[in-house]
Design a protein around this ligand. Structure first.
Ligand SMILES: Nc1ncnc2c1ncn2[C@@H]1O[C@H](COP(=O)(O)OP(=O)(O)OP(=O)(O)O)[C@@H](O)[C@H]1O
Length: 239
């Protein structure tokens, strides 16, 4: 297994309230891992730790073999993130948003232009390059966030409930696209509370009250039980 994302014995508390307890999870490259948990399970807290918004002294996180606490720059350079809340500049054009983000990663000039054009082409958005983001619908804005998260060619991609607010068609399209990215070699961690975004061949990690209740290939974990029912049985939550 090529190392993608490694989470080793990570815990986190808000004061006296434990939000994560001894979470351990590995997502190799080429794998789509769904992090499934009801509201309040600890998904956002875990994402904050993975992106270094928060730090913890308990446990260890590695990104493509780089230790996030010891070598934060190297680790973050190998990670792409799509946050739950959109963070695009609505008044800049599609192209400008991508160029700006490339510059933040130290990529400029022709290289940035080439990567931006390539990213837009891949997402079927080349003809929208000169439009302000404000003119795009929700599905296209999400696609752009994804393009932006990939501009520095990360090895690990994190997405925190990336389909929130999208209609069924846009949701299906983005879910399929990110599965393709995993097939092409990215390690993907996709946080969700929706069981229909998970495929039988995906790795599945179920988080509940800060603890991992299950980790394995979905098909093996659920056996003959529909995933939705298994999730409900384990967490008591309605998917
Ligand atoms: N700033 C905070 N102070 C105290 N407790 C918090 C804080 N933020 C989160 N929590 C608690 O930590 C636990 C995990 O929350 P977290 O937001 O990580 O869950 P989540 O799975 O992302 O849920 P959601 O899908 O609703 O965002 C919850 O019990 C939550 O109430």
């Amino acid at each position: 297994m090529t190392p993608g994302l490694g989470i080793h014995g990570v815990s986190y508390s808000y004061g006296a309230k434990a939000a994560l307890s001894e979470v351990a999870l590995e997502v190799p490259k080429g794998r789509f891992c769904a992090l499934l948990g009801p509201n309040g399970a600890g998904k956002s807290t875990l994402f904050s730790l993975l992106t270094r918004l928060f730090t913890t002294r308990t446990g260890r996180i590695t990104v493509a073999g780089q230790d996030l606490a010891r070598a934060p720059r190297a680790a973050l350079a190998r990670m792409g993130v799509v946050f739950q809340q959109p963070t695009l500049d609505l008044d800049l054009t599609v192209r400008r948003n991508l160029l700006y983000f490339a510059a933040l990663h130290g990529i400029g000039g022709r290289e940035a232009e080439a990567r931006t054009a390539e990213a837009l082409e891949r997402l079927g958005m080349a003809e929208r390059a000169a439009e302000p983001v404000r003119a795009l619908n929700g599905g296209h804005r999400r696609r752009m966030e994804l393009a932006r998260a990939l501009i520095h060619r990360p090895e690990v991609l994190l997405l925190d409930e990336p389909t929130v607010g999208l209609d069924a068609a846009a949701r299906a399209a983005i879910t399929a696209h990110v599965h393709d990215l995993a097939d092409q070699g990215l390690a993907v961690l996709w946080a969700t509370h929706l069981t229909d975004e998970v495929r039988d061949s995906d790795q599945l990690a179920i988080l509940h009250r800060g603890r991992l209740l299950a980790d394995g290939i979905t098909r093996d974990l659920r056996g003959d039980e529909p995933l939705r029912e298994m999730f409900l049985r384990l967490t008591g939550a309605e998917a």
